[in-house]
Design a protein around this ligand. Structure first.
Ligand SMILES: Cc1cc2nc3c(=O)[nH]c(=O)nc-3n(C[C@H](O)[C@H](O)[C@H](O)COP(=O)(O)OP(=O)(O)OC[C@H]3O[C@@H](n4cnc5c(N)ncnc54)[C@H](O)[C@@H]3O)c2cc1C
Length: 353
């Protein structure tokens, strides 16, 4: 594996195993290593934090929509895409029909869109087969802990290099690369892994994320798909997992005691599925494996964002390049729409905000 070939220290190998999986390059996938050397090394050095929290980005986007005269209808479940003569001509939401002049674009995933909203009766056998074969998770299924802290973590190893306390991202709870690989494989095979995480103390960089003198930390646990555990098992994870993780954190940063925690909470994959309709809690709306990546995403016939229903486009993370707060799926979908409908190209039409 390219990571073992290039990195000598176990600590760096363990870190690279983890970020490789986070960025969509599963450990057990064969390849040439090119993605790792180009895409991963670049993204790892380009972490970004949204000032004020990610909701401020969502707010900025809605404000930009309002400025452009867009009507946003919130909290309305779309029940159906209206198809007439093989063409998408609108949607039905909460019993109300909304007609579309030119197109319908869906960022619900490909299965939800085609099988749930369009319906098999409007699709060819091939597209039904392809949509049914599209798989969710276990890649990009996460648990997200939040910790409100009196003090930021103060690691024992800061006596050698104080910069450890100001790392943007810290992997906590792993003994080394083998342990990291076991942790990832446990989560992927449906077993609850031991409590360990990649953590960020966002308040170190953005004071707005905690009251003066206090800190807020968040992180990612890799957890099994939502359907792998029962509702009561997930409730137990929410109840106990953060506490168990604190033991691992305290072993490295002695001030991470329960007394240092003002409040904490954990969001689990079953909640992501219920609240945000991310099937299995998969934030990429579809597993990251070679037959569902790149030109195969979501499947080859749908990889240019247009479906076989005229005027119906996909623009969410089940399309290339997948999940993440990068807007690339929507941007690419718009390029296709612009080309089909002779609209301005996004490149020619860029405004400075
Ligand atoms: C725990 C967690 C942590 C993450 N952390 C990061 C991070 O640090 N950095 C990063 O870049 N990415 C992160 N991500 C990934 C990122 O959040 C997602 O990839 C991103 O939200 C996808 O955006 P989206 O709007 O395309 O899809 P979604 O956020 O999935 O939004 C789709 C929306 O469509 C709605 N919807 C679905 N069906 C219907 C319907 N029939 N009618 C009406 N509405 C419908 C859903 O309710 C949902 O609101 C994280 C994801 C999770 C779950």
């Amino acid at each position: 594996m390219v990571i073992d070939e290039l990195f000598e220290t176990p600590e760096l190998r363990a870190l690279m195993y983890r970020v490789s999986v986070e960025w969509g390059l599963p450990l057990d996938t064969d390849g040439t290593g090119t993605d790792f050397l180009t895409f991963l090394m670049w993204t790892t050095a380009n972490w970004k934090l949204v000032y004020g929290g990610t909701h401020s980005l969502a707010k900025a986007m809605t404000q930009a929509c309002y400025r452009e005269g867009v009507d946003l209808i919130e909290n309305s479940l779309v029940e159906r895409v209206i198809v007439e003569d093989g063409r998408a001509v609108g949607v039905v939401a909460r019993g109300t029909e909304y007609r579309a002049n030119k197109l319908v674009a869906s960022n619900a995933d490909v299965r939800q869109t085609l099988l749930g909203l369009v319906g098999e009766e409007h699709l060819s056998d091939l597209w039904v087969k392809r949509a049914k074969a599209f798989r969710y998770g276990p890649s990009h299924v996460l648990g997200t802990p939040m910790f409100c802290l009196y003090e930021a973590p103060d690691y024992s190893s800061a006596r050698w290099d104080p910069e450890i306390n100001r790392c943007f991202y810290t992997a906590v709870g792993y003994e080394g690369p083998e342990d990291m690989a076991r942790y990832i494989r446990d989560a992927y095979s449906g077993t609850l892994p031991k409590p360990a995480a990649g953590v960020w103390v966002n308040s170190l960089w953005d004071p707005a994320q905690a009251p003066k003198g206090r800190h807020s930390a968040t992180g990612w646990y890799f957890l099994p798909c939502a359907s792998e555990l029962s509702a009561s098992e997930w409730a137990d994870v929410r109840e106990t997992f953060n506490d168990r993780f604190l033991d691992a954190w305290q072993a490295l940063a002695p001030n991470m005691t329960r007394d240092n925690v003002i409040a904490h909470k954990l969001y689990t994959p079953d909640q992501m599925e219920r609240k945000v309709m991310m099937r299995e809690g998969d934030f990429s709306h579809g597993e990251f494996v070679p037959d569902q990546q790149g030109v195969n995403r979501p499947f080859p016939e749908a990889s240019n964002y247009l479906t076989e229903i005229d005027g119906l486009y996909l623009c969410g993370p089940s399309t290339f390049p997948g999940g993440g707060v990068h807007a690339a799926c929507g941007y690419n979908a718009y390029k296709k729409i612009a080309a089909d409908l002779d609209l301005p190209s996004p490149v020619d039409n860029q405004r400075s905000y």
